[in-house]
Write a protein that binds this ligand. Structure first.
Ligand SMILES: NC(=O)C1=CN([C@@H]2O[C@H](COP(=O)(O)OP(=O)(O)OC[C@H]3O[C@@H](n4cnc5c(N)ncnc54)[C@H](OP(=O)(O)O)[C@@H]3O)[C@@H](O)[C@H]2O)C=CC1
Ligand SMILES: CC(=O)N[C@@H](CCC(=O)OP(=O)(O)O)C(=O)O
Length: 313
């Protein structure tokens, strides 16, 4: 039996990546609508209601509209947008993040795919908060850099238009300098923190990939944990996962390209016990585990298919 899947927003950056991972699979049949009608609510409604599962790869307003168009209660929805990531009636689509999350995703009909930056941040921080190693009121900051495909078609066009300064003069830029990035509430809520982290995102002139770093003052934490204590908690949390991997060998440098082109989430702990400091670093692809890889993993789980089918690991 093949499952029918509709990607709403299939012509966009994330939609195309998901299409790439699903095309050619014999356990999934993709529902397509004609190019000229891809934004027509009637055509979308028909496809959305005929599917076993849908993936919404749309701006937030269009994702909310798609959800409102779905009348068939059996349709499993995986929403890649920001619209439902902190909503109580949606399940957070990060199978590895909490005990029992994978099982819950197997019966869910409303799954919210995590944001790309939150995927790296939460993978590093959530097990430490749950374990008590990081008290919930620890002041945290997140330094991160993304490839420009993280900004979708409009940012890709900006970085690739030879007439724009981004394409010629800008190698790297910091943004969200008003401290109000849309991912902050998601990071705080899903990590279980009592204060929002200070989020310092940036974008580099490379198409895809991410580095997400959380620096820690170990000497200010209860019990003054060392790097090994942190690594052990993370290794236990992700034991057996093929997607989230905790590394023991620390390369001397980490690049934004380290996990680009894959659906992996690689975690590293660098620590200097004498200084009482650590740098926790996640590498991933904003379009991989940060978007399409996570969506396909969630689809697989929701449809009862092998969890890592179609993933690039
Ligand atoms: N890019 C990334 O790394 C990540 C993106 N996301 C999220 O995924 C979602 C999609 O992002 P991304 O792929 O980057 O964005 P894009 O802008 O590349 O793609 C969005 C697509 O949605 C289409 N669209 C817009 N409105 C409608 C509508 N009413 N009906 C049907 N289609 C519509 C657009 O059409 P048109 O082609 O005509 O513009 C476009 O093809 C966003 O919510 C984003 O926040 C999440 C994690 C990472
Ligand atoms: C480089 C860049 O602009 N990145 C995007 C985030 C991409 C992403 O994660 O999309 P979601 O918001 O759906 O999670 C931003 O900062 O808004």
């Amino acid at each position: 039996m093949t499952a029918k899947v509709f990607i709403d927003g299939a012509a966009g950056t994330t939609g195309l990546e998901i299409h790439d991972r699903l095309a050619g699979r014999n356990d999934i049949e993709l529902i397509a609508i004609p190019e000229g009608r891809r934004k027509d609510p009637a055509a979308r409604a028909e496809a959305l209601n005929a599917a076993d599962a849908v993936v919404l790869c749309l701006p937030d307003d269009a994702a909310r509209e798609a959800v409102a168009l779905i009348e068939n209660p059996r349709v499993r929805i995986v929403d890649a947008s920001t619209a439902h990531r902190t909503a109580g009636d949606w399940l957070y689509g990060f199978a590895e993040l909490e005990p029992g999350q994978r099982e819950a995703l197997g019966t869910a009909t409303r799954i919210s795919n995590p944001g790309c930056y939150p995927s790296g941040f939460l993978a590093l921080v959530r097990p430490l908060v749950r374990d008590g190693l990081l008290p919930a009121d620890t002041p945290l900051s997140v330094n991160a850099v993304s490839g420009y495909s993280g900004g979708g078609k409009s940012m890709i066009a900006m970085f690739e238009d030879p007439a724009s300064p981004e394409a010629t003069d800008t190698a790297f830029r910091a943004y969200a300098l008003d401290l109000g990035h849309k991912h902050v509430p998601e990071m705080q809520k899903r990590a279980g923190l009592s204060h929002p982290p200070i989020f310092c995102p940036s974008v580099a002139r490379t198409y895809r990939g991410m580095l997400v770093e959380v620096p820690l003052h170990l000497h200010l934490l209860p019990g003054r944990p060392d790097g090994e204590a942190i690594r052990s908690v993370l290794a236990a949390a992700y034991e057996g996962s093929r997607v989230v991997r905790v590394h023991r060998d620390n390369p001397p440098v980490l690049t934004i390209e380290a996990a680009a082109g894959t659906d992996r989430l690689d975690l590293y702990v660098y620590a200097d016990e004498k200084a009482g400091q650590a740098r926790l670093i996640a590498t991933l692809d904003n379009l991989g585990k940060g978007a399409a890889g996570a969506a396909v993993q969630n689809l697989n789980i929701a449809l009862g298919l092998p969890e890592t089918s179609g993933l690039k690991l």
